[in-house]
Design a protein around this ligand. Structure first.
Ligand SMILES: C[S@@+](CC[C@H](N)C(=O)[O-])C[C@H]1O[C@@H](n2cnc3c(N)ncnc32)[C@H](O)[C@@H]1O
Length: 252
């Protein structure tokens, strides 16, 4: 990687910043999206796809007892819930997502796990009223919390997650994050862009990067750690990091 790759990443980020989506646009986009094929081709835009998902699963399994209860925020079509239900024979998963989009595909994706999941249609950034306090052994969110519109919305959702976890319960998030300063964000985006070019045309790689930052409002890992501390999580750690992607966790 060279300084010109970093400069190119800065230009892509500036292009995205000039045409950011509003939170209403983000919700409307996802609430209209057909989720039946979501997840196909993910290895072309997610580096270390297998390793990171294995880490996520391994961590979750350590915290899910027999008949354990998992909440999946922004669960989409059930792609991640399916991995957990396959790996853990008795757990139950509650999937929250917007009503008219990806979630509609979940019953088909999870058809062989009937009775072990339920679907909750709603906004994950105001889900507290439907979540029973201290009722989940673990909460997971994959590529979804970065849709939070503001830092305050992140804090609120972390507080909601904390409240619905049992004592000792685990929150684990796999998502993309900013660098700790703009130059580090550009460095990480340059690394991701290089990865994308390995499997996609330069126009596709350009579009993936720009649309990601038009749509999402990621925070730096330092901010996530501080917000989780503020939400009373007693232990917080980063379990995986590569370019813009990270897995971070908190224990209640
Ligand atoms: C990139 S997809 C990830 C889906 C799933 N977690 C996965 O990894 O396969 C992001 C998901 O977040 C959901 N989402 C976006 N904004 C939301 C909101 N305000 N409330 C609930 N879900 C939301 C979308 O509908 C979509 O299913």
């Amino acid at each position: 990687m060279t300084m010109s790759d970093i400069a190119q990443a800065e230009r892509l980020l500036a292009e995205a910043a000039a045409s950011r989506w509003t939170h209403t646009q983000v919700k409307a986009y996802w609430d209209a999206r057909d989720g039946s094929r979501y997840g196909e081709g993910m290895t072309t835009w997610v580096p270390h796809y297998k390793e990171a998902h294995q880490r996520l699963l391994r961590t979750l399994l350590a915290f899910l007892p027999a008949n354990g209860r998992l909440l999946d925020l922004g669960a989409g079509n059930g792609r991640v819930a399916r991995l957990v239900l396959e790996a853990h024979r008795t757990c139950h998963v509650t999937l929250i997502d917007l009503p008219n989009g990806m979630l509609k595909a979940a019953p088909a994706v999870l058809s062989e796990f009937s009775g072990r999941f339920d679907l909750c249609a709603g906004d994950m950034f105001s889900a507290a009223p439907v979540l029973t306090p201290s009722s989940f052994d673990a909460v997971i969110s994959v590529f979804a919390l970065s849709h939070a519109p503001t830092v305050a919305a992140y804090l609120r959702v972390y507080q909601d997650i904390y409240a619905c976890l049992k004592p000792g319960g685990l929150f684990v998030c796999y998502d993309h994050v900013l660098g700790d300063a703009p130059v580090l964000t550009a460095l990480n985006v340059a690394g991701w862009h290089e990865f994308l070019l390995g499997a996609q045309s330069s126009q596709q790689a350009h579009d993936v990067v720009v649309s990601t930052y038009q749509e999402d409002r990621p925070l730096a890992l330092r901010q996530h750690v501080e917000l989780l501390w503020q939400s009373d999580f007693r232990a917080v750690d980063v379990l995986f990091k590569h370019d813009i992607f990270a897995i971070y966790a908190g224990v209640k």
